[in-house]
Design a protein around this ligand. Sequence first.
Ligand code: GDP
Length: 527
Amino acid sequence: MSQFAEEVGKRRTFGIISHPDAGKTTITEKLLLLGNAIQLAGTVKGKKTGRMATSDWMKMEQDRGISITTSVMQFPYKDRMVNLLDTPGHEDFSEDTYRTLTAVDSVLMVIDGAKGVEDRTVKLMDVCRLRDTPIFTFINKMDREVRDQIDVLDEIESVLKIKCAPITWPIGMGKAFRGVYNLYTDTIHLIQPGQASIVPDDVQIQGLNTDEARAELGADVVEEMIEEVELVRGGSYEFNLEEYLAGEMTPVFFGTALANFGIREMLNYFVEWAPAPISREAGDRTVLPTEEKFSGFIFKIQANMDPKHRDRIAFMRICSGTYSRGMKMRHSRLGKDIKVADAVTFLAGDRTNVEEAISGEIIGLHNHGTIQIGDTFTQGEDMRFTGIPHFAPELFKRVRLKDPLKMKQLQKGLQQLSEEGATQLFMPLNNNDLILGAVGVLQFDVVQQRLRDEYKVECIYEPISVSTARWVYCDDEKIFAEFKRKSAENLAVDGGGHLTYIAPTRVNLSLTQDRFPEVEFSATREH
Ligand code: GDP
């Protein structure tokens, strides 16, 4: 293997999917702690949350000049280079969240042990399914009175349609939570109190059925565990690496992010099993991560809400070769070569290393308006990566102008902002409405503010009864014409000129789908 291939093979690029409040942020902090990317100990922490002081983030942000630090976190761990891409949650949940999942090679799914599978997780899982992304599972909050674990695994299997292979199993829960038992190595890992903010001691007992285990946990607990483990072994799948890599099976780990336990036990397997950078489709050819020539695609553009930093950062996933400072790249869509002198890289705590980045890593390009989501950059080759789609919005509003004379600016603004990919614009065929669609609610505020700042238009939103949108296609022109005639009042074109079915209700959508089985209703659209 070439030295380059070996380096690429060490990269692990992933994102976290979870429902809000399952513990994504807390786990992220502990991962960074385990990777020595931050030091929590000694910093000022919020009493309630145990959070790292915001000033730490801010310091890092100031060092880099823009607030991007939480978008990509890179740290070395056990001879691997881990790249964690943030998947925005809560209010900042957006199409970026979905699209980030097209830039990762695998995913960590965090489930609240008390709540099981929740709706946001289901949606995010659907996106992972588009590419059969391999998934690790962490069941969190074992320090609470949580649901029966076997129940939760059943729910994951039936709702998310993926086989569960528990690797660790919890010893007790709530106040009686003592640690986890590794089903494969017959090792007990004991939770250590008071180590939430440091790299915790790794206290192990080898063997469940041992005097040492009985002395530590109590004979009752050990007998109960022996029985339970037998049940679990009999009733669950054995881990199979190929099935995991195919997205059909997920290894499952238990712990508590808050008390900083069980995450290392997972991370050690993660860096072993999770895939190194995978190959990517670019039209008629497959690009291998080990190819020496550079290529990459844009999966996210971060609009900076701070007016002092007007430029935006375009996040690129490198798919092959090496980025080096000052190199020339071909902007494939524009057919133009550009020189990139100042890309941003993200290695935590080591800013001398900004000269180079390789396959699997993320760099940030300063964008002054020429870069769009889905754009491909190469070292001269004219190709385009596929599989970086738009996702059907889930929220819709009608846009109205305060000053009707500014229609042109409004249209231009909405069009350009939708090209960046955070919102989508729909123009009905039958009337002059402008309908804005987004995946997350915050996007509407962002658009309003940016229209004001950058296009000098004041707009207001009105509610509109649209529940979802689908891009429509049909090979049979006659049927399509018939469909268009009958559905005219629900059709619109999007910002890219593509025909879209705007469904007032889910019921309406499924009725229309039934009526026109030859028409494809797609929830995603390629850039
Ligand atoms: P996110 O919304 O998924 O990023 O979740 P957070 O990491 O912000 O966690 C949501 C809440 O759950 C916070 O109050 C955390 O302190 C709490 N939390 C996270 N992990 C645990 C855990 O293992 N046990 C308990 N009891 N609380 C937790």
